[in-house]
Structures are given as C-alpha cells and as structure tokens.
Ligand binder design. Structure first.
Ligand SMILES: Nc1ncnc2c1ncn2[C@@H]1O[C@H](COP(=O)(O)OP(=O)(O)O)[C@@H](O)[C@H]1O
Ligand SMILES: [Mg+2]
Length: 317
C-alpha cells in the first residue's frame, strides 16, 4: 500500500505496574478530581477550552469512530479495524477517548501503566501491533470517573499532544457514544481526516446515525462511511444468513447520506467472546468470516481515503 509506513516498531513492553493510583503524568486527571472532591481554587480548569490546534504531523489519517448510541459495537469495530489495517501493513495507533467507559484495555487484553519517555511524553502500550492509549491505563479500574467538561477537554488534548505516537498511518479514535463534549473537544484539538459512524440496522439506532452525521457536518468533519454492525447472524453450521434485526438499515442510511457503506459485520458470539478475552476476533481467528468482514472495512476505508486524493483534506460529503 503506497501510503503505508512500515509496521509499528515494537517497543519493549513496560513492566506491569500496579494501577492503584492515577498515572502521575496525567495532569488533568488528578485523584482528587476523579474521585469527585472539590478541586483547589488554583486547580480550577479553564472554563473556556482553548482553540489551539494540535497537528500531529507524523500521523497521516486521524479517524474518529463514533456512534449515536452506546452498545452498537463501536469499540469492537475500532479494535478490529485497527488490527485489520495493521495486518494490511499500516502503522496504527488506537486512542480510547471514552473516558466514561474505557473498554480498549479489556478488548486488547492489556492493563498496564504507560511509561514516561525522557521527553516526558507518555509511551503508548503496544498490543497486537497497535499503539494504544486509554484513560483505563491511567486510573484504577474501579474508580468512578466524574468528569466536568473542561477536564475532559484537557484529557483529550493531553492524549493527543503528550503521547509519543511516533509515525503512524492511522490514528483510530474510539469516541464515547453520542454527540457530546468529547467529539467537540476532539474536533477543536486536531483536524480530523474524518469520522466513521457505527450503527446496528434497526430504526432506533438509525435515528441516532442521523444525529451523528449532522453533528460531524456541523463540526466540519467529513463522514468517511458507515459500518453496520450486528448486521446478520451467520450460522456456524450451515452458513445460512439470518437477519436478526431489520435488514440493511446501515445500507439505507449510507445511501440517504451519500456516504460509503464500509461494511456489514455479522452478529457472532465469537466476536463478543474474543473482545472479552482481550484478543479481538481479527487477531484470534484471522481466517474467520467475521475477520473477513473487518478486512473488507479496512480495504474500503483505504479506497475512500485514496479516492479523496490521497491527501488529508477531504470535502464534506
Ligand atoms: N458483531 C458482534 N457480534 C457479537 N457481539 C458483538 C458484536 N459487536 C459488538 N459486540 C458485543 O456487544 C457489546 C458492546 O460492544 P462495544 O464494542 O463495547 O459497543 P460500544 O463501544 O458501541 O458501546 C460487547 O459485549 C461486544 O463484545
Ligand atoms: Mg465503547
């Protein structure tokens, strides 16, 4: 693939460390703030987030994975897409921007504390050839996360500018569900190449797709495509396809908004189990039909990006 850099350089894995305390380098997320204690006056975050762009010049494509609602499989898609892109030869990073329910550590099967480089940058963890960063690495798992808007904004900025992402073809950013603060903070912080919307085929989910598309359009972020997850059940015995939910809802949406349908992912117990076990299906069973579906998404995404003139600048669809 001509725009790929060589694979992610394998850094020595940091030794597991107790996650009993928040990571000292995560400036915004001090224990006091997270546990909901009142911050000291001098710690008050700014009320107005700064509009200062972070460019990440060594990261070619910055792609947000979003959904109108939770539970549609956004994190599952983000992790498997990241691995599929890496399998195709790309250097890939995955940033878990879901501060409320970070699931990347579980799905990628890694729960360690990132080390700090001599330049005082956070060194991403590497798993399945993907550079990873998640709030889940920084704070104890059981700690309730209480976020105020400005804190969230600062955390997102820090994950972009204070992490040693190095040279990447793709930085995939797993957003929390909905059209909230994080998407806004992200678009204020960096120029995104575009967003991918994940949905399930039913009407209730599709209404949220409209909101998601409308939000990114208002923020000036191109929609790269829609991924329909849990599209159909593939019988492991006879390979018969059953449309558990309404058929082709994502396809209809992609036509309505004139955006690419990047793929339809089957509903499959293995996809869920693999995520729970920390080895995403694309890594656990690379030859399965489910992994092939993710591979198709990666190929179509590359095509969409290439069609767009190989440059980061795309027109809003
Ligand atoms: N295609 C699929 N087949 C079976 N289970 C899936 C599929 N996609 C996601 N899941 C499961 O659904 C649940 C929610 O997925 P998740 O990726 O956490 O959603 P989100 O990030 O949108 O909240 C997880 O338990 C996940 O394993
Ligand atoms: Mg998620």
């Amino acid at each position: 693939m001509k725009f790929f850099r060589k694979g992610v350089e394998k850094k020595p894995q940091p030794k597991p460390e107790s996650a009993a305390k928040p990571h000292p380098e995560l400036k915004v997320i001090s224990g006091a703030q997270i546990s909901g204690k009142q911050p000291q006056p001098q710690q008050q975050p700014q009320q107005q987030p700064q509009q200062q762009n972070i460019t990440l010049p060594n990261v070619r494509f910055k792609i947000a994975v979003a959904s109108g609602k939770g539970g549609v499989g956004k994190s599952t898609v983000a992790t498997n897409l990241a691995i599929s892109l890496a399998n195709a030869g790309a250097a890939v990073g995955l940033m878990d921007a879901d501060a409320y329910g970070p699931s990347i550590p579980t799905m990628m099967g890694i729960q360690e504390r990132p080390q700090t480089s001599p330049q005082r940058k956070l060194v991403p963890l590497v798993r399945h050839d993907i550079k990873l960063m998640s709030i889940g690495f920084m704070v104890p798992e059981e700690q309730a996360m209480i976020w105020r808007g400005p804190m969230l904004h600062s955390a997102i900025r820090q994950f972009l500018s204070d992490v040693d992402w190095g040279e990447l073809d793709y930085l995939i950013i797993d957003l929390p569900p909905g059209t909230g603060d994080v998407a806004l903070s992200l678009t204020q912080a960096i120029p995104l190449t575009g967003a991918i919307i994940v949905t399930t085929p039913q009407d209730v989910a599709l209404a949220d797709v409209r909101r998601g598309v409308a939000m990114f359009e208002r923020l000036g972020v191109p929609i790269l495509g829609i991924i329909e997850n849990m599209s159909y059940f593939l019988c492991p015995h006879c390979n018969e396809k059953t449309e558990v939910f309404r058929a082709d809802g994502g396809k209809t949406m992609s036509q309505r908004f004139s955006v690419a349908l990047l793929g339809q992912i089957p509903l499959d117990a293995e996809v869920c189990t693999a995520g729970d076990l920390g080895v995403p299906i694309v890594a656990a069973h690379p030859d399965s039909p489910q992994s092939a579906a993710f591979g198709t998404v990666a190929t179509k995404l590359e095509a969409v990006l290439e069609e767009s003139g190989e440059e980061e600048e795309l027109t809003i669809l």
